[in-house]
Ligand binder design. Structure first.
Ligand SMILES: [Zn+2]
Length: 82
């Protein structure tokens, strides 16, 4: 059963649940969480997490279990200065 998020707190838009990939930084380490159910406002894109999901995210980050590792390319921004 999907959670009823109600209307967006900021713009009153409709909030629809989607499964997304979430990037999360904790203690200097970047984590990627897959298939996170999040309520997303159709108008402004604001994200809403249920208490249950927030707790599960917290637990996933703190547990030592890792599903798989990915390499993340880091790019240097080179600005042209004239
Ligand atoms: Zn909104």
């Amino acid at each position: 059963m999907k959670h009823d998020y109600g209307d967006c707190y900021f713009c009153g838009g409709e909030v629809v649940e989607k499964s997304i990939e979430l990037e999360f930084r904790w203690e200097g380490q970047l984590y990627i969480l897959e298939e996170v159910p999040v309520g997303i406002c159709q108008q402004c894109g604001e994200k809403y997490f249920t208490a249950e999901v927030s707790e599960a995210i917290d637990e996933a980050i703190k547990s030592g279990e890792v599903k798989r590792m990915v390499n993340v390319p880091v790019k240097e921004l080179k600005l042209m200065r004239v």
